[in-house]
Ligand binder design. Sequence first.
Ligand code: CP
Ligand code: NVA
Length: 317
Amino acid sequence: MSNFRLKHNQRHFLDLAALDPDAAREIIDKAKSLKATATEEGHGKGFVHPDRPLADKSLAMIFEKPSTRTRVSFEMAMHQLGGTAIVLQGNDMQLGRGETVGDTAQVLSGFVDAVMLRADSHESLLEMAEHAAVPVINALTDFSHPCQVMADVLTFEEHRGSIKGKKIAWSGDGNNVAVSWIHAAVLFDCELVLACPKEFSPPTQVLEWAANNGGKVRLTHAPDEAADGADCIITDTWISMGDKNVDDRIAILTPYQVNRKLIRRTNKDSLFMHCLPAHRGEEVTDEVIDGPRSVIWEEAENRLHIQKSILMWCFGK
Ligand code: CP
Ligand code: NVA
């Protein structure tokens, strides 16, 4: 990110590492209040907030990879805030024929008020943000998935109160969601212990960034050690979109499965989270994902509420 320069002064939502703790807290708290209003009895999912805070705003959503939750939650978020969303598949755009991300950013800035990008490469996201004259939102890259982890923090706090000082465990691949959790641990001042095999540990520079910023973040190769006394245990697929060498990954990650035995090491009232989609029987057993500690459906629904708050923050509302 060292050569990242903004041409325009915009409030992008690119990574939790770039967010200050007050802004992060404001986004979480606003999501709680937007959720309370939208879920009042009698409101359908097509509800529109009466003040239509984003009434004259539009969002272009670009997908270079598949999506269910992110796509639907952002589109419904714009609807509920009174705005407009346009869904674009990267391959159907001139992007797919070689138009640069920078040129695309400049063109889209003349049509829409914000751009949401799910990109194969984090570099594309940074290029989009560098050239766009409107806010750019990271809707997942190979490096990070900040919108997801904001929804996770919201979900944790709805169940267990402030996340500050709580122990969060990660068992599995040190992937894009794990990276955003490392950023979140610093931002929200919680303890994070990641159990990942050495082949699939999070990037060293992200762990160093956490250490240099006072984060209570630790990497181990022992799932039991991460799970011991945890208030929440999280995992994700062993094969992320774009990953290769599938068989090797499964063999190496098998000891990191979240199952009954691992859950027994966590606190009595611990939560289980997973960003979904899950590969049942791989990174998590049915018994855990469908069990009493699992909050995966609320976690998925909270994507809607947090997207609304992220969008409003980007627009300074
Ligand atoms: N968790 C998540 O981002 O899901 P989708 O890939 O379905 O958007
Ligand atoms: N790590 C997963 C998350 C999917 C929401 C992936 O990148 O495919």
